[in-house]
Design a protein around this ligand. Structure first.
Ligand SMILES: [Mn+2]
Length: 375
């Protein structure tokens, strides 16, 4: 028996770090990932798709996102099982209880509303540990597993949970942390064959049979291995897990030390080499010391590249770029009269210490570009 394990679709995610145009394409990409998951299910002969929480970014989404989600889900030809997570809990305002959900949800889509075993296809049970609020009072997965006896002969049982696990949680004392030792016993006792978890957006192995598939489309720069689903094959005592990449976007950091115009050229080549620029968001971590001419050249180059990348911005916390006016920078500029006098004053101010000098440096860069120096 084969199935697709997924989680953290985060549909409707706002992505405030993208501009309007890129944000619309990025929101669309999260829906397109569902269609590709359907293709992976077909290619691998998967019996169903299990999505372990945070299917939606929040319970307060524009209802249009539901119509689009259902349209995408129609491209999945096997049952799809959704688990409410911390972003989309089954609370009083649950998106799963909205009329737009209950009246329109396709028949092959099921929501795990409690921990009653759900026979998703003949011979396969899914036991879910849905979230009912953003702050559970205990380990929901342990509670869901507590009443389970060994799975009857001929039944494969899969546990669906969401949240941080004890072996990886930075906050080990949180009452909601999932106890991995207890979960290992659930598997070794034959109460379940496999555990799929959501919450960690990077594909992560907790134990051979306890996995986070991660988000199918990247959501944050710090994620190590996003963009995958897992094809899980359970055959008697054997388990085979194949990650399949379905994500199309990339969030990446580009670090560089820039001390000359040649370094700026080298950075330009590195940016040019990145593929799929309209689906690539770049955080620049730049350091070094540039002359006004080289800094102007950098700004002009980045302005041009910004048109083709989904995002190309300085990462403020990791930017340490100093611009030092160099007399040679301005020698070739054809400036006279008032402009030349302003230039001389700015060069003098930029040589001093403090905020005034930084402002003068910025003004010099602007003057340099306006006068045509960066062409
Ligand atoms: Mn999540």
């Amino acid at each position: 028996m084969r199935f697709i394990a997924s989680a953290d679709w985060q549909l409707g995610m706002t992505a405030h770090f993208l501009d309007d145009d890129a944000r619309a394409r990025y929101q669309r990409a999260r829906l397109d990932a569902i269609v590709r998951i359907g293709e992976v299910a077909d290619e691998h002969g998967a019996a169903f798709v299990l999505v372990c929480g945070d299917v939606f970014e929040s319970n307060q989404l524009d209802r249009a996102i539901l119509a689009r989600t259902f349209e995408a889900l129609r491209a999945v030809h096997v049952p799809v099982v959704l688990l409410p997570g911390n972003h989309d809990p089954l609370d009083a305002s649950s998106i799963y209880d909205a009329d737009a959900f209950t009246q329109r949800v396709p028949e092959h889509v099921r929501v795990l509303r409690d921990s009653t075993p759900l026979e998703v296809v003949p011979g396969v049970e899914v036991v879910g540990a849905p979230w009912f609020s953003k702050r559970p009072a205990g380990d929901l997965v342990a509670a869901a597993c507590a009443p389970l006896e060994a799975a009857p002969d001929g039944i494969v049982r899969v546990i669906a949970g969401h949240g941080a696990v004890s072996t990886l949680a930075p906050d080990r004392d949180s009452v909601a942390t999932i106890d991995v030792d207890a979960l290992r016993r659930v598997v070794s006792d034959g109460r379940a064959s496999f555990v799929v978890l959501g919450d960690r957006h990077s594909t992560t192995e907790v134990d051979e049979r306890i996995r986070y598939p991660g988000t199918p489309e990247v959501t944050a720069r710090r994620e190590e291995d996003p963009g995958n689903v897992l094809v899980v094959d359970l055959d008697g005592d054997a388990v085979t897990i194949e990650p399949v990449h379905v994500g199309r976007w990339r969030f990446t950091t580009v670090e560089a030390r820039l001390d000359s115009a040649d370094d700026v050229d080298a950075l330009e080549r590195r940016l040019d080499e990145l593929s799929d620029k309209d689906r690539t968001a770049v955080w620049l971590a730049l350091g070094g010391t540039l002359s006004t001419a080289a800094a102007a050249r950098l700004d002009a180059m980045l302005d041009e590249k910004r048109e083709v990348f989904a995002r190309l911005e300085h990462w403020a916390r990791h930017t340490d770029l100093v611009v030092v006016p160099d007399g040679h920078d301005f020698a070739d500029l054809e400036l006279g009269g008032f402009a030349r006098a302003a230039l001389d004053e700015l060069v003098e101010r930029a040589a001093r210490e403090g905020d005034d000098a930084a402002a003068a440096g910025d003004a010099l860069g602007l003057l340099y570009r306006l006068a045509g120096g960066a062409r």
